[in-house]
Design a protein around this ligand. Sequence first.
Ligand SMILES: [Mn+2]
Length: 326
Amino acid sequence: MNHTTTLQQIIEILKEGEAFILTTHKDPDGDGIGSMLALGEALRDSGKTVQLLLEESVPSPFDLLEGATGISQDLSNDMKWSGVFVLDCADEMRLGGLREHLSEIRPWINIDHHETNTGFGDINLVEPKASSTGELVYDVIKELGLPLNTIMAENLFAAIQTDTGSFRYENTTSRALRIAAEMVDLGVSPWQVTQKVMDGHELPRLKLLKLALETIELHHGGKIATIVLAKDMFEKSGAGKLDSERFVDFIRFIRGVEIAALIRQTGDGRFKFSLRSNNRVNVAQLAAVFGGGGHERAAGFDCEGDLDKLKESFMKEAVRFLNEKC
Ligand SMILES: [Mn+2]
């Protein structure tokens, strides 16, 4: 189904329904939270009852976004819900416990830009060419014919900014920049949003970075770089799991590197690989070999086992991808 027809279907559902739940993937990022807040505000503006729902509390620094205090962890049961908007979520497993919890409420409207999106929704507005889910939420709000207020504008800007690495990554299209510029015309200060969502870090993050940088390894003639974050590093530094956001960029931008992998220990013998590539390798496909997914230049997967063995099998596949593409 094409983009415009799907958008019209969404508008129909919004016209008919009275009350909607909005959510995003677990360990949410700026795009997920920003999209929720912007769309939530728009639906409220058009007279709907809205519940912004997450399994856990809003992670820092996104709790600083306009409207973030309106996100809750409890689903109101006395409401007759007309649908669920699942935002920026490549597959339903990434909803964690909410997947079960929301399964009875239909339809599910899946709005996302991950190339590996499974199309799990009853309606799927999935556009891998979009810089961010925020860009698609912008389309929905425009299709609704609603004027954007400052809360919507700030959150859409933050969604696009965070997913494009502050307008630097390959997904920084002229359209993403134009929408961002429109938000600035509406009163958004890029500097203020940057201070909130990009630079709003606390000291433990830098302590964790210091430990992480000591683990840098280069492989395959400097084309693959890795960094390992063991569990005890989080304890030592006092950092939380989200404090390692974008650490992978430090190794990605070493000259000559094509694939960067940040390996974070998530439990005993459990690890999450976050992958980035610079020019050639499709890391969404590389991650898919290990049961994960994502975007062409940013993807990831979870795995279990002995770290050295996991690294070895990852390296084997990564080299295979490099040899095919480079
Ligand atoms: Mn996104």
